[in-house]
Design a protein around this ligand. Structure first.
Ligand code: PHB
Length: 389
Protein backbone atom coordinates (compact mmCIF):
# COMPACT_ATOMS: atom_id res chain seq x y z
CA UNK A 1 0.00 0.00 0.00
CA UNK A 2 2.82 2.42 -0.86
CA UNK A 3 0.60 4.04 -3.46
CA UNK A 4 -1.83 5.64 -1.08
CA UNK A 5 0.24 8.58 0.22
CA UNK A 6 1.29 9.34 -3.33
CA UNK A 7 -2.28 9.36 -4.52
CA UNK A 8 -3.25 11.60 -1.64
CA UNK A 9 -0.38 13.97 -2.37
CA UNK A 10 -1.40 14.08 -5.99
CA UNK A 11 -5.03 14.76 -5.12
CA UNK A 12 -4.02 17.55 -2.74
CA UNK A 13 -1.82 19.16 -5.38
CA UNK A 14 -4.58 18.91 -7.96
CA UNK A 15 -7.03 20.54 -5.57
CA UNK A 16 -4.58 23.30 -4.67
CA UNK A 17 -4.34 24.11 -8.37
CA UNK A 18 -8.05 24.84 -8.56
CA UNK A 19 -8.61 28.45 -9.47
CA UNK A 20 -10.31 30.69 -6.93
CA UNK A 21 -13.95 31.06 -7.93
CA UNK A 22 -15.22 33.93 -10.02
CA UNK A 23 -16.94 36.46 -7.76
CA UNK A 24 -19.43 39.30 -7.80
CA UNK A 25 -17.41 41.51 -10.10
CA UNK A 26 -18.18 39.16 -12.97
CA UNK A 27 -20.98 40.13 -15.28
CA UNK A 28 -20.81 37.20 -17.72
CA UNK A 29 -23.18 34.25 -17.54
CA UNK A 30 -23.52 32.26 -14.34
CA UNK A 31 -22.62 28.69 -15.20
CA UNK A 32 -24.08 25.65 -13.47
CA UNK A 33 -22.11 22.44 -13.93
CA UNK A 34 -24.77 19.73 -13.90
CA UNK A 35 -23.23 16.27 -13.48
CA UNK A 36 -25.68 13.39 -13.95
CA UNK A 37 -25.69 9.71 -14.89
CA UNK A 38 -27.11 10.08 -18.42
CA UNK A 39 -25.90 6.58 -19.36
CA UNK A 40 -25.36 3.35 -17.43
CA UNK A 41 -27.33 1.77 -14.63
CA UNK A 42 -28.65 5.03 -13.10
CA UNK A 43 -29.58 6.66 -16.43
CA UNK A 44 -33.22 7.11 -15.44
CA UNK A 45 -32.04 9.50 -12.71
CA UNK A 46 -30.16 11.58 -15.26
CA UNK A 47 -33.10 11.59 -17.68
CA UNK A 48 -35.50 12.71 -14.95
CA UNK A 49 -33.32 15.48 -13.51
CA UNK A 50 -32.23 16.80 -16.91
CA UNK A 51 -35.90 17.05 -17.93
CA UNK A 52 -36.78 18.86 -14.71
CA UNK A 53 -33.91 21.35 -15.05
CA UNK A 54 -35.03 22.09 -18.61
CA UNK A 55 -38.62 22.52 -17.43
CA UNK A 56 -37.50 24.94 -14.72
CA UNK A 57 -35.65 27.08 -17.26
CA UNK A 58 -38.52 26.92 -19.77
CA UNK A 59 -40.87 28.20 -17.07
CA UNK A 60 -38.54 30.70 -15.36
CA UNK A 61 -36.27 31.92 -18.11
CA UNK A 62 -32.50 31.83 -18.17
CA UNK A 63 -31.81 34.92 -16.10
CA UNK A 64 -31.38 35.19 -12.33
CA UNK A 65 -29.77 37.87 -10.17
CA UNK A 66 -29.45 40.00 -13.27
CA UNK A 67 -27.21 37.48 -15.04
CA UNK A 68 -27.75 34.86 -17.70
CA UNK A 69 -27.77 31.32 -16.34
CA UNK A 70 -26.15 28.65 -18.47
CA UNK A 71 -26.39 24.95 -17.59
CA UNK A 72 -23.50 22.73 -18.71
CA UNK A 73 -24.62 19.07 -18.61
CA UNK A 74 -22.00 16.31 -18.17
CA UNK A 75 -22.56 12.54 -18.07
CA UNK A 76 -20.63 10.70 -15.35
CA UNK A 77 -22.31 7.31 -16.01
CA UNK A 78 -22.48 7.16 -12.18
CA UNK A 79 -18.75 6.35 -11.97
CA UNK A 80 -17.36 8.45 -9.07
CA UNK A 81 -13.92 8.90 -10.70
CA UNK A 82 -15.70 10.46 -13.68
CA UNK A 83 -17.74 12.71 -11.40
CA UNK A 84 -14.62 14.00 -9.66
CA UNK A 85 -12.77 14.62 -12.94
CA UNK A 86 -15.75 16.36 -14.55
CA UNK A 87 -16.29 18.54 -11.47
CA UNK A 88 -12.65 19.57 -11.52
CA UNK A 89 -12.82 20.47 -15.23
CA UNK A 90 -16.05 22.39 -14.73
CA UNK A 91 -14.55 24.45 -11.91
CA UNK A 92 -11.11 25.04 -13.45
CA UNK A 93 -11.90 25.37 -17.16
CA UNK A 94 -15.53 26.46 -17.29
CA UNK A 95 -15.43 28.48 -14.05
CA UNK A 96 -18.87 27.24 -13.00
CA UNK A 97 -20.44 29.06 -10.04
CA UNK A 98 -22.43 26.00 -8.96
CA UNK A 99 -21.90 22.25 -9.13
CA UNK A 100 -25.19 20.32 -9.24
CA UNK A 101 -26.75 16.90 -9.85
CA UNK A 102 -25.03 13.82 -8.29
CA UNK A 103 -27.05 10.69 -9.01
CA UNK A 104 -25.48 8.44 -6.39
CA UNK A 105 -23.78 8.90 -3.02
CA UNK A 106 -20.25 7.89 -4.14
CA UNK A 107 -20.39 10.57 -6.87
CA UNK A 108 -21.39 13.25 -4.36
CA UNK A 109 -18.72 12.13 -1.88
CA UNK A 110 -16.02 12.16 -4.57
CA UNK A 111 -16.86 15.76 -5.47
CA UNK A 112 -17.20 17.22 -1.96
CA UNK A 113 -13.46 18.10 -1.56
CA UNK A 114 -13.55 20.02 -4.85
CA UNK A 115 -16.52 22.09 -3.66
CA UNK A 116 -14.72 22.86 -0.40
CA UNK A 117 -11.39 23.72 -1.95
CA UNK A 118 -12.81 25.96 -4.68
CA UNK A 119 -15.60 27.42 -2.48
CA UNK A 120 -18.19 26.36 -5.04
CA UNK A 121 -21.75 25.73 -3.79
CA UNK A 122 -22.70 22.13 -4.61
CA UNK A 123 -26.40 21.30 -4.90
CA UNK A 124 -27.08 17.60 -4.37
CA UNK A 125 -30.30 16.88 -6.27
CA UNK A 126 -30.43 13.06 -5.98
CA UNK A 127 -27.99 11.31 -3.65
CA UNK A 128 -29.48 10.58 -0.24
CA UNK A 129 -27.02 9.19 2.31
CA UNK A 130 -27.37 11.24 5.49
CA UNK A 131 -23.65 12.04 5.81
CA UNK A 132 -23.30 13.73 2.40
CA UNK A 133 -24.06 17.22 3.71
CA UNK A 134 -21.29 16.79 6.29
CA UNK A 135 -18.69 16.05 3.60
CA UNK A 136 -18.40 19.76 2.66
CA UNK A 137 -19.73 23.05 4.12
CA UNK A 138 -20.56 24.01 0.50
CA UNK A 139 -23.11 21.20 0.01
CA UNK A 140 -26.83 21.94 -0.02
CA UNK A 141 -29.32 19.09 -0.56
CA UNK A 142 -32.71 19.19 -2.32
CA UNK A 143 -33.42 15.43 -2.45
CA UNK A 144 -34.05 13.58 0.84
CA UNK A 145 -32.28 11.23 3.23
CA UNK A 146 -32.85 7.51 3.76
CA UNK A 147 -33.30 7.95 7.53
CA UNK A 148 -36.18 10.34 6.70
CA UNK A 149 -37.83 7.59 4.65
CA UNK A 150 -37.06 4.64 6.95
CA UNK A 151 -38.14 5.90 10.37
CA UNK A 152 -41.76 6.74 9.49
CA UNK A 153 -42.26 3.43 7.74
CA UNK A 154 -40.92 1.52 10.76
CA UNK A 155 -43.39 3.40 12.96
CA UNK A 156 -46.21 2.49 10.59
CA UNK A 157 -45.10 -1.19 10.61
CA UNK A 158 -45.04 -1.32 14.42
CA UNK A 159 -48.62 -0.02 14.51
CA UNK A 160 -49.77 -2.56 11.92
CA UNK A 161 -48.96 -5.90 13.52
CA UNK A 162 -45.58 -6.25 11.84
CA UNK A 163 -43.31 -7.72 14.51
CA UNK A 164 -40.71 -9.81 12.70
CA UNK A 165 -38.92 -8.27 9.75
CA UNK A 166 -36.10 -8.93 7.33
CA UNK A 167 -34.31 -5.98 5.73
CA UNK A 168 -32.91 -5.98 2.20
CA UNK A 169 -30.84 -3.03 1.02
CA UNK A 170 -28.32 -2.06 -1.65
CA UNK A 171 -24.84 -2.59 -0.23
CA UNK A 172 -23.59 1.03 0.05
CA UNK A 173 -24.21 4.32 1.92
CA UNK A 174 -27.94 4.89 1.46
CA UNK A 175 -28.59 1.18 2.02
CA UNK A 176 -26.68 1.24 5.32
CA UNK A 177 -28.73 4.26 6.42
CA UNK A 178 -32.03 2.64 5.43
CA UNK A 179 -31.13 -0.63 7.16
CA UNK A 180 -29.95 1.01 10.39
CA UNK A 181 -32.76 3.53 10.82
CA UNK A 182 -35.49 1.04 9.91
CA UNK A 183 -34.10 -1.79 12.06
CA UNK A 184 -33.35 0.40 15.09
CA UNK A 185 -36.89 1.81 15.09
CA UNK A 186 -38.43 -1.65 14.73
CA UNK A 187 -36.44 -2.88 17.75
CA UNK A 188 -37.25 0.29 19.72
CA UNK A 189 -40.93 -0.55 19.22
CA UNK A 190 -40.49 -4.12 20.48
CA UNK A 191 -40.12 -5.84 17.11
CA UNK A 192 -37.43 -8.20 15.86
CA UNK A 193 -35.06 -8.09 12.90
CA UNK A 194 -34.56 -11.71 11.78
CA UNK A 195 -32.00 -11.02 9.07
CA UNK A 196 -30.25 -8.14 7.32
CA UNK A 197 -29.59 -8.82 3.64
CA UNK A 198 -27.67 -6.76 1.12
CA UNK A 199 -27.29 -6.79 -2.66
CA UNK A 200 -24.51 -5.12 -4.66
CA UNK A 201 -25.17 -1.67 -6.14
CA UNK A 202 -24.02 -2.84 -9.58
CA UNK A 203 -25.92 -5.60 -11.37
CA UNK A 204 -27.64 -7.11 -8.32
CA UNK A 205 -29.04 -10.64 -8.39
CA UNK A 206 -32.12 -10.84 -6.19
CA UNK A 207 -32.64 -14.63 -6.45
CA UNK A 208 -30.41 -15.74 -3.53
CA UNK A 209 -31.67 -13.10 -1.10
CA UNK A 210 -35.29 -13.77 -1.99
CA UNK A 211 -34.74 -17.45 -1.28
CA UNK A 212 -33.41 -16.48 2.15
CA UNK A 213 -36.43 -14.29 2.81
CA UNK A 214 -38.70 -17.20 1.99
CA UNK A 215 -36.78 -19.49 4.36
CA UNK A 216 -36.79 -17.00 7.25
CA UNK A 217 -40.48 -16.21 6.66
CA UNK A 218 -40.84 -12.81 8.41
CA UNK A 219 -44.07 -10.83 8.80
CA UNK A 220 -42.63 -8.29 6.41
CA UNK A 221 -39.67 -7.65 4.12
CA UNK A 222 -38.37 -4.07 4.15
CA UNK A 223 -36.53 -3.02 0.98
CA UNK A 224 -34.36 -0.12 -0.14
CA UNK A 225 -32.90 -0.21 -3.65
CA UNK A 226 -31.77 2.85 -5.60
CA UNK A 227 -34.10 4.34 -8.19
CA UNK A 228 -34.07 2.19 -11.33
CA UNK A 229 -33.88 -1.24 -9.64
CA UNK A 230 -37.45 -1.47 -8.37
CA UNK A 231 -39.03 -3.03 -11.46
CA UNK A 232 -36.45 -5.84 -11.71
CA UNK A 233 -36.84 -6.56 -8.01
CA UNK A 234 -40.65 -6.66 -8.20
CA UNK A 235 -40.51 -9.02 -11.16
CA UNK A 236 -38.37 -11.52 -9.26
CA UNK A 237 -40.45 -11.13 -6.11
CA UNK A 238 -43.51 -12.20 -8.11
CA UNK A 239 -41.72 -14.89 -10.16
CA UNK A 240 -40.62 -16.58 -6.93
CA UNK A 241 -44.20 -16.50 -5.66
CA UNK A 242 -43.29 -14.27 -2.71
CA UNK A 243 -46.27 -12.02 -3.46
CA UNK A 244 -48.49 -15.00 -2.49
CA UNK A 245 -46.39 -16.15 0.47
CA UNK A 246 -48.02 -13.96 3.13
CA UNK A 247 -44.77 -12.06 3.61
CA UNK A 248 -45.71 -8.42 3.40
CA UNK A 249 -43.54 -6.22 1.17
CA UNK A 250 -42.80 -2.71 2.48
CA UNK A 251 -40.20 -0.32 1.08
CA UNK A 252 -38.79 3.13 0.71
CA UNK A 253 -40.41 4.95 -2.21
CA UNK A 254 -37.26 4.41 -4.27
CA UNK A 255 -38.55 0.88 -4.96
CA UNK A 256 -42.04 2.00 -6.08
CA UNK A 257 -40.47 4.79 -8.12
CA UNK A 258 -42.91 6.78 -10.31
CA UNK A 259 -40.47 6.35 -13.22
CA UNK A 260 -41.15 2.58 -13.31
CA UNK A 261 -44.30 2.09 -11.26
CA UNK A 262 -46.74 2.17 -14.17
CA UNK A 263 -45.06 -0.91 -15.67
CA UNK A 264 -44.63 -2.94 -12.49
CA UNK A 265 -47.99 -4.70 -12.65
CA UNK A 266 -50.14 -6.14 -9.90
CA UNK A 267 -47.23 -7.30 -7.73
CA UNK A 268 -46.78 -3.67 -6.63
CA UNK A 269 -50.44 -3.23 -5.65
CA UNK A 270 -50.83 -2.64 -1.93
CA UNK A 271 -47.13 -2.13 -1.22
CA UNK A 272 -46.90 0.34 1.67
CA UNK A 273 -43.91 2.62 1.36
CA UNK A 274 -42.52 5.93 2.57
CA UNK A 275 -41.06 8.86 0.65
CA UNK A 276 -41.08 12.60 0.11
CA UNK A 277 -42.65 12.75 -3.34
CA UNK A 278 -45.46 11.08 -5.25
CA UNK A 279 -46.62 12.16 -8.70
CA UNK A 280 -50.10 11.69 -7.18
CA UNK A 281 -49.44 14.23 -4.38
CA UNK A 282 -52.67 16.17 -4.11
CA UNK A 283 -51.80 19.86 -4.30
CA UNK A 284 -52.36 22.56 -6.93
CA UNK A 285 -48.57 23.12 -7.12
CA UNK A 286 -47.97 19.44 -7.91
CA UNK A 287 -50.82 19.15 -10.38
CA UNK A 288 -49.34 22.07 -12.34
CA UNK A 289 -45.85 20.55 -12.14
CA UNK A 290 -46.95 17.10 -13.32
CA UNK A 291 -49.06 18.53 -16.17
CA UNK A 292 -46.19 20.72 -17.43
CA UNK A 293 -43.64 17.91 -17.04
CA UNK A 294 -45.80 15.42 -18.92
CA UNK A 295 -46.56 17.93 -21.67
CA UNK A 296 -42.80 18.36 -22.21
CA UNK A 297 -41.80 14.69 -21.75
CA UNK A 298 -43.34 11.36 -22.53
CA UNK A 299 -42.88 10.10 -18.96
CA UNK A 300 -44.10 10.77 -15.44
CA UNK A 301 -41.88 12.85 -13.11
CA UNK A 302 -40.42 10.93 -10.20
CA UNK A 303 -38.74 12.07 -6.97
CA UNK A 304 -35.46 12.65 -8.81
CA UNK A 305 -37.16 15.15 -11.12
CA UNK A 306 -38.50 17.06 -8.11
CA UNK A 307 -35.03 17.13 -6.52
CA UNK A 308 -33.70 18.66 -9.76
CA UNK A 309 -36.55 21.14 -10.13
CA UNK A 310 -36.23 22.34 -6.53
CA UNK A 311 -32.45 22.44 -6.88
CA UNK A 312 -32.84 24.92 -9.73
CA UNK A 313 -35.28 26.91 -7.65
CA UNK A 314 -32.79 27.10 -4.77
CA UNK A 315 -30.06 28.28 -7.17
CA UNK A 316 -32.32 30.88 -8.85
CA UNK A 317 -33.67 32.18 -5.51
CA UNK A 318 -30.12 32.45 -4.18
CA UNK A 319 -28.82 34.25 -7.28
CA UNK A 320 -31.69 36.73 -7.04
CA UNK A 321 -30.94 37.33 -3.34
CA UNK A 322 -27.17 37.65 -3.86
CA UNK A 323 -27.71 39.89 -6.92
CA UNK A 324 -25.63 37.53 -8.98
CA UNK A 325 -22.76 37.18 -6.49
CA UNK A 326 -21.23 33.70 -6.30
CA UNK A 327 -19.04 31.70 -3.89
CA UNK A 328 -19.80 32.14 -0.18
CA UNK A 329 -22.41 34.87 -0.80
CA UNK A 330 -24.34 32.50 -3.06
CA UNK A 331 -24.06 29.66 -0.54
CA UNK A 332 -25.34 31.93 2.25
CA UNK A 333 -28.37 32.81 0.10
CA UNK A 334 -29.17 29.11 -0.40
CA UNK A 335 -29.50 28.53 3.34
CA UNK A 336 -32.82 29.01 5.07
CA UNK A 337 -34.96 29.04 1.93
CA UNK A 338 -38.60 28.09 2.44
CA UNK A 339 -40.87 27.31 -0.47
CA UNK A 340 -43.76 25.21 -1.73
CA UNK A 341 -42.36 22.31 -3.74
CA UNK A 342 -44.43 19.89 -5.83
CA UNK A 343 -43.77 17.50 -2.88
CA UNK A 344 -45.17 19.96 -0.29
CA UNK A 345 -43.61 22.65 1.93
CA UNK A 346 -39.82 22.46 2.35
CA UNK A 347 -37.03 24.29 4.19
CA UNK A 348 -33.30 24.27 3.48
CA UNK A 349 -32.02 24.08 7.06
CA UNK A 350 -29.60 26.96 7.64
CA UNK A 351 -27.47 24.89 10.02
CA UNK A 352 -27.26 21.50 8.31
CA UNK A 353 -27.87 22.68 4.69
CA UNK A 354 -30.11 19.62 4.42
CA UNK A 355 -33.76 19.52 3.46
CA UNK A 356 -36.59 19.55 6.02
CA UNK A 357 -39.80 18.21 4.52
CA UNK A 358 -43.01 16.25 5.04
CA UNK A 359 -42.51 12.51 4.68
CA UNK A 360 -45.50 10.51 3.49
CA UNK A 361 -46.70 6.97 4.08
CA UNK A 362 -48.23 5.75 0.84
CA UNK A 363 -49.83 2.67 -0.65
CA UNK A 364 -49.62 1.59 -4.29
CA UNK A 365 -53.11 1.78 -5.80
CA UNK A 366 -54.64 1.84 -9.24
CA UNK A 367 -55.86 5.34 -10.01
CA UNK A 368 -57.56 5.92 -13.38
CA UNK A 369 -56.07 2.68 -14.72
CA UNK A 370 -52.46 3.44 -13.63
CA UNK A 371 -50.46 2.55 -10.53
CA UNK A 372 -49.61 5.42 -8.18
CA UNK A 373 -48.24 5.89 -4.66
CA UNK A 374 -51.31 7.22 -2.85
CA UNK A 375 -50.44 9.12 0.33
CA UNK A 376 -52.49 8.22 3.41
CA UNK A 377 -50.42 9.57 6.31
CA UNK A 378 -47.56 12.03 6.81
CA UNK A 379 -44.92 13.21 9.24
CA UNK A 380 -44.69 16.99 9.03
CA UNK A 381 -41.49 19.01 8.66
CA UNK A 382 -39.16 16.09 9.26
CA UNK A 383 -35.47 16.85 9.72
CA UNK A 384 -32.95 14.21 8.75
CA UNK A 385 -32.95 11.79 11.73
CA UNK A 386 -29.37 10.94 10.76
CA UNK A 387 -28.20 14.39 11.95
CA UNK A 388 -29.26 13.99 15.59
CA UNK A 389 -26.32 11.75 16.49
C1 PHB B 1 -27.78 7.36 -3.53
O1 PHB B 1 -26.84 6.79 -4.10
O2 PHB B 1 -27.57 8.18 -2.62
C2 PHB B 1 -29.17 7.07 -3.96
C3 PHB B 1 -29.44 6.75 -5.28
C4 PHB B 1 -30.75 6.46 -5.65
C5 PHB B 1 -31.77 6.50 -4.71
C6 PHB B 1 -31.50 6.84 -3.39
C7 PHB B 1 -30.19 7.13 -3.01
O3 PHB B 1 -33.02 6.21 -5.07
Amino acid sequence: MHRRPLIHAFAAAALAALMPPAHAADTGPIKIGLILPMTGQQASTGRQIDAAVKLWQAQNGNKAGGRNVEVILKDDASVPDNTRRLAQELVVNDKVAVLAGFGITPSAMATAPIATQSKTPMVVMAAATSAITEASPFIVRTSFTLPQAAVGLAEWAAKNKIKKVVTLVADYGPGFDAEKYFADRIVLNGGQVLDKLRTPLRAPDFAPVLQKVRDVNPDALFVFLPSGQGAAFMKQFAERGLDKSGIRLIATGDVTDDDQLADMGDVALGVVNSHHYSAAHDSPTNKKFVAAFQAANKFRPNFMAVGGYDGMRVIYNALNASKGATGEALLAAMKGQIFESPRGPVLIDGQTRDIVQDMYIRKVERVGGQLYNVEFDSIKAMKDPGKSK
